[in-house]
Design a binder for this molecule. Structure first.
Ligand code: SF4
Length: 208
């Protein structure tokens, strides 16, 4: 976990961007939410579409209280925390303050670092070169595996065998392979109907 002095025990976070939009992927596709993208990630996915987030010190340290004061004005009453890899930081203070202000809390994570905070929804998007900590398997509401090549189906099944039985299972084509891997996912789900397909609809529909 990142240096708590610099981040004042989670009272400050490196904020890459914040905006109000619709969730584009997975189980909650189409739901409005306030988004915050936290800077910092060392997972190193070759196909990452958010490489600008990787270096935490490129992003300003922002008071969590000020983030909450802006987020609580959004009419969806929900706050989605993404990255980067948000679990690099202590998120306890963020979720405590958000809950006090009536916000429903969503987390997008690879699960590579210890989970902190109180979450209403955890989307686990595991990466096979840096697998999740076991605690995520019991806590994830949603498993979203990115399919970049055929062997990723094997990784997806391994993860599906570890998550809790109530966890919703999604396969999502990596964006640069969308034509090839969407076809492969459709064929795969026909044979393995416990899965559902997830698309990056915000990219298709131009949702910011
Ligand atoms: S975990 Fe997410 S932000 Fe980090 S490299 Fe992978 S896709 Fe990018």
């Amino acid at each position: 976990m990142a240096d708590t002095d610099l981040f004042q025990g989670g009272r400050k976070l490196p904020l890459m961007e914040e905006f109000y939009s619709l969730q584009g992927e997975g189980f909650n596709t189409g739901k409005a939410s306030y988004f915050i993208r936290i800077g910092g990630c060392d997972i190193g996915c070759s196909w990452c579409d958010s490489k600008r987030s990787w270096q935490a010190d490129m992003h300003p340290l922002v008071d969590v209280d000020s983030i909450i004061s802006r987020a609580k004005e959004n009419p969806s009453n929900s706050l989605l925390v993404t990255g980067g890899e948000p679990t690099l930081y202590d998120l306890e203070y963020l979720t405590i303050q958000a809950k006090k202000n009536g916000l429903v809390m969503y987390l997008e994570t690879s699960g590579a670092y210890k989970l902190t905070g109180n979450w209403d929804w955890i989307c686990l998007s595991p990466k096979n070169h840096n697998p999740p900590l076991p605690e995520y398997y019991t806590k994830a509401h949603e498993l979203k595996v990115i399919i970049n090549e055929d062997k990723d189906f094997i990784w997806a099944e391994k993860m599906a065998g570890l998550v809790n039985p109530d966890c919703h299972l999604f396969l999502q084509p990596e964006w640069s392979q969308i034509k090839k891997m969407t076809k492969a996912i459709i064929a795969y789900i026909r044979d393995h109907p416990k899965w559902r397909i997830s698309m990056q609809t915000h990219k298709v529909w131009g949702i910011p």
